[in-house]
Design a protein around this ligand. Structure first.
Ligand code: KG4
Ligand code: ZN
Length: 348
């Protein structure tokens, strides 16, 4: 089965062609980072308009690079939830028009769930089928969520962030250190520079209540802000641009240690909720993070789990993960109608 996937949930316009849910024939991503940089975050209206301009060229490019004509495609999958409604509408409307004009099924896919499927792109069917039950972790710019994953298409959310997502915290801390949006990857590089001391600051590691599987990253973000600028009403305000290179490295590394430690603690709690757990599946933009990948590796080794991490290209938003999961949903007979709605929240 060959599926064309379309993704426009936030600030990346993407299309991909995927065979049998796992083999990526092409994946094209048009990033809008440069349009949002001056605002320090995604501006929804700018994002929707940029999607409108990019969507057709991106779909054409994905079809051309795959060498597969649109007429040979078996179905059109689209990320229809969650994130920005105006952005989603562009992808959903385009996918509907394409599916209708080609006379092919349409499949709505949850973007957050698709982030977990990204870890199977390039895997064999046997690897996919043998991975469950699994513990799933999505760490992205908009989400930090834990799942009990019963199969590629069935999952139950165990916990989620109660405030900022981990990627959002990375981007805000990067911005405090003067790194342009989205600064997560650059912050990761800074934290890995020679001499970076991850114990220079003791930033808070949020645990919430004793058994909580939820995350909270806003306190950590504020702690970094106060460490850099001074505590309002107590310290004299400091200018972050006066930090030395060593101080910047230390803040980045200490923040990264606290953020990843919070994830490690919650993984330890969540695995108790996945009887017979065989694997740890990680997805989302922050799954590209060096320390997060190391934490996931150590955790899966400690618990005797198989580890599924996406290839770097499929950590951040892409349409291959949408097409891949769409194919598996279609296999189960879960096609959508042309009344498929865009929704700002994840299905679970
Ligand atoms: O999954 P994604 O593309 O978008 C959402 O669904 O939110 O994730 C984007 C997020 C951004 O916050 C970005 O800074 C972060 O992933 N990110 C990283 C790294 N690469 C991307 N954060 C930390 N370390 C990285 N290496
Ligand atoms: Zn995403």
């Amino acid at each position: 089965m060959i599926v064309l996937g379309i993704e426009s949930s936030c600030d990346e316009t993407a299309a991909a062609v995927v065979r049998s849910g796992l083999e990526v024939c092409s994946s094209v991503v048009a990033s809008q980072d440069s349009l949002h940089r001056e605002y320090g975050g995604v501006v929804p209206e700018i994002a929707s308009r940029a999607h409108e301009r990019a969507i057709l060229p991106v779909v054409r490019e994905a079809a051309a690079r795959s060498g597969i004509g649109l007429a040979e495609i078996d179905a059109v999958a689209v990320g229809h939830r969650p994130v920005l409604i105006g952005s989603l509408l562009v992808g959903v409307s385009s996918a509907k028009a394409l599916a209708w004009s080609l006379g092919k099924p349409l499949i709505g896919v949850d973007h957050v769930h698709a982030h977990l499927h990204a870890a199977f792109l390039g895997a064999t069917r046997a690897e996919l089928d043998g991975a469950f039950p699994a513990l799933g972790l999505v760490v992205s710019g908009g989400h930090s969520s834990l799942y009990r994953v019963d199969s590629a298409t069935e999952l139950v959310r165990l916990g989620a962030t109660i405030d900022d997502a981990v990627g959002e915290a990375y981007d805000k801390v990067a911005s405090i250190l003067g790194i342009a949006y989205p600064g997560g990857a650059a912050l990761d590089r800074l934290a890995q520079e020679d001499g970076a001391d991850d114990r220079a600051h003791t930033f808070p590691v949020s645990r919430l209540s004793k058994d909580s599987l939820d995350f909270s990253f806003s306190g950590l973000k504020t702690a970094v802000l106060y460490a850099v600028r001074g505590v309002p009403g107590r310290d004299e305000a400091r200018d972050p641009s006066e930090l030395s290179e060593q101080q910047r490295r230390d803040v980045a590394a200490s923040f990264q240690r606290a953020a990843c430690e919070a994830v490690r603690i919650k993984l330890g709690r969540a695995i108790e909720h996945v009887p017979g757990c065989k694997s740890l599946i990680v997805g989302g933009g922050v799954s590209a993070n060096s320390r997060l990948r190391a934490v996931a590796g150590a955790f899966s080794e400690e618990h005797g789990l198989g580890l599924r991490l996406p290839e770097m290209a499929y950590c951040v938003d892409n349409a291959a993960m949408i097409a891949g999961l769409g194919a598996l949903l279609l296999e189960r007979g879960e096609a959508s109608g042309l009344d498929l709605a865009a929704a700002p929240t994840a299905a679970c």
